[in-house]
Design a protein around this ligand. Structure first.
Ligand code: CIR
Length: 269
C-alpha cells in the first residue's frame, strides 16, 4: 500500500487467496492465473517477507465469491491514521470491502472513517505517497468525484495532492510507479510524461526504468533500508542496490497473472 510513509508500516492487513482466484480480472500484465497452489505459495512467501522485516501481518479469510479479494490495497485509503473507504471502480469488487472496513475500524481505535458515496469511484491502487506529497491516478477505476473526496481528506491533513492521467495500457498508478523510499519514485519509460509528477521536494527524484521492466517498478519500501521487489527485473534490482537498499526478491508470477503487484496485496496501518 502506497499511502503511508516508511515509518508508518508496523502492521499490515492481507487477505487469503480465494478458491475462485482463477476467475480474477486480468487485462494488463496478465491473462489470468493458472495455478492456485503456486499463487498461494507466492502469497505465503510475501507474508513471510513482510514479517521478516518486522511487520506484524494479519490475514483475513478469503471471500470465495470474490476472485480479486486478495487485492486489499484497493479497498481502503489509510492516511496518518485516517481511513477513506472508496467505492471501488469495478462493480465486481464493491462487495469485497465490508470485512476489510470492519477490521480496520476494530483495530484503529479513534480513527476518522470517511465513506465515499454517490458517483465517486476510486481504487486505493491509484494513490502514491512520496513523503508528505500525494499523487492520484485518474484511471478507468478512479474518477474526478473520487479524486475530490480524497483531496478533501488530504487538505484537512495538510497534504498536497497532484493528479496524474493513467494511460489506457495501465490499470492503476501503483501498477506503474512506487516509492521504495520516501524520496524516490520509480516509474517506467513510455507511460507518463517526464513532468507528470511535477516539481518534487528537495532531495527527491523520479528514477525512470526501461519500459520492459514496468511491473518491477512496483516495490514496497520498508524501514531499515529494506525493500521488496518482484523477481525478474534486473534494472530495477540494480537501481535499488545502488540506492544502498537491502532487496528482498519475490516471485509474484501468479499474482501478476491477475494484474496484481506487490503493493496491491497489503494495507499498512
Ligand atoms: C483488478 O483488476 O482489480 C485485479 N485483478 C487487480 C488489482 C490490482 N490492484 C492494484 O493494482 N492495486
Amino acid at each position: 500500500m502506497a499511502t503511508v510513509r516508511l515509518d508508518q508500516k508496523p502492521r499490515a492487513l492481507v487477505r487469503a487467496i480465494p478458491d475462485s482466484y482463477k476467475s480474477a480480472l486480468a487485462k494488463f500484465f496478465g491473462s489470468g492465473p493458472q495455478d492456485l497452489d503456486l499463487a498461494r505459495m507466492q502469497h505465503q512467501q510475501y507474508r513471510e517477507a513482510l514479517e521478516s522485516c518486522g511487520v506484524s501481518v494479519t490475514m483475513l479469510d478469503a471471500d470465495h465469491k470474490h476472485p480479486d479479494c486478495l487485492f486489499v490495497e484497493d479497498q481502503a485509503v489509510i492516511v496518518d491514521g485516517h481511513v477513506l473507504l472508496p467505492v471501488p471502480g469495478h462493480p465486481s469488487r464493491v462487495a469485497e470491502q465490508p470485512p476489510i472496513a470492519n477490521f480496520l475500524v476494530s483495530q484503529m481505535g479513534g480513527a476518522q472513517i470517511c465513506r465515499m458515496s454517490g458517483d465517486a469511484r476510486m481504487d486505493g491502487g491509484d494513490i502514491l505517497r512520496l513523503g508528505d506529497l500525494f499523487f492520484v491516478g485518474r484511471s478507468t477505476r478512479t474518477n474526478d468525484l473520487g479524486i475530490e473526496e480524497l483531496r478533501d481528506l488530504l487538505s484537512h491533513l495538510g497534504h498536497e495532492l497532484r493528479v496524474i492521467d493513467i494511460p489506457d495500457k495501465a490499470l492503476h498508478l501503483t501498477s506503474i510507479a512506487s516509492t521504495p523510499t520516501d524520496e524516490i519514485i520509480l516509474a517506467p519509460e513510455g507511460y507518463l510524461p517526464k513532468d507528470a509528477f511535477g516539481e518534487l521536494p528537495e532531495n527527491s527524484r523520479v528514477i525512470w526504468m526501461p519500459e520492459e521492466e514496468t511491473y518491477g517498478c512496483n516495490t514496497i519500501g520498508l524501514p531499515n533500508n529494506k525493500v521488496l521487489v518482484a523477481k525478474g527485473y534486473p534494472t530495477v534490482l540494480q537501481t535499488l542496490k545502488d540506492l544502498n537498499l537491502e532487496t528482498i526478491i519475490l516471485d509474484f508470477s501468479e499474482i501478476r497473472a491477475a494484474d496484481g503487484s506487490l503493493t496491491c496485496c497489503s494495507l499498512f496501518f
